[in-house]
Design a protein. Structure first.
Length: 187
């Protein structure tokens, strides 16, 4: 390998540009007969079995109380083709906007939670609150995925990854190293 790259100082408040954990998701919720959608980039897989996912939802967000009170949500995976809806959803409030109607999205009935799936998304993961010990201090919810719905094709969709300042990167190119993979190393 060649020598390392020369690096310059960088503002610590912008490190998310390089460390965002995964694709942008649309989190749908429902409380007292009203549905909402929020755009979210702060999430992380915490465990494989049970399937646990952590979401950081700002307490000022309309979805925060809906999700906290219901203890449920659906994590929906939009593709790059949905970038305008993703940005639009993130730039308005569910307090005064029906985001399903405003962005022409299809609410699909879930099997195990009250929150709807978003029909146009590549995947939807029905979630129930697993642990709320970090909510008051960090706005961090831990959910268990109780049902997963994934479109069979494409196997690796082009997903959006936020890098700050209104810019997104698109994932979708796959680099396979399957022959080098050792599943036993995950233990």
């Amino acid at each position: 390998m060649k020598a390392g790259k020369r690096k310059a100082d960088f503002p610590v408040e912008k490190v998310r540009r390089y460390l965002e954990p995964g694709p942008i998701v649309l989190v749908s919720s429902q409380w007292q007969g009203r549905a909402n959608i929020m755009t979210l980039g702060w999430h992380t897989v915490l465990e494989f079995s049970p399937s646990l996912v952590g979401l950081m939802i700002a307490s000022g967000n309309h979805s925060f109380e809906m999700i906290r009170r219901s203890g449920q949500c659906v994590i929906n995976l939009p593709t790059a083709a949905m970038v305008d809806a993703v940005v639009g959803i993130g730039n308005c409030s569910g307090v005064d906007t029906d985001k399903f109607a405003a962005f022409e999205l299809t609410a699909v009935k879930a099997r195990h939670v009250q929150a709807p799936l978003i029909g146009q998304c590549h995947a939807s993961f029905e979630c129930r609150l697993h642990e709320d010990a970090l909510v008051d201090r960090f706005n961090f919810f831990i959910f268990e995925v109780v049902k997963a719905h994934v479109a069979p094709s494409p196997k690796h969709p082009r997903t959006l990854h936020y890098s700050g300042d209104g810019a997104f990167m698109v994932a979708g190119n796959v680099i396979s190293r399957r022959s080098m993979f050792k599943p036993e190393m995950l233990v």
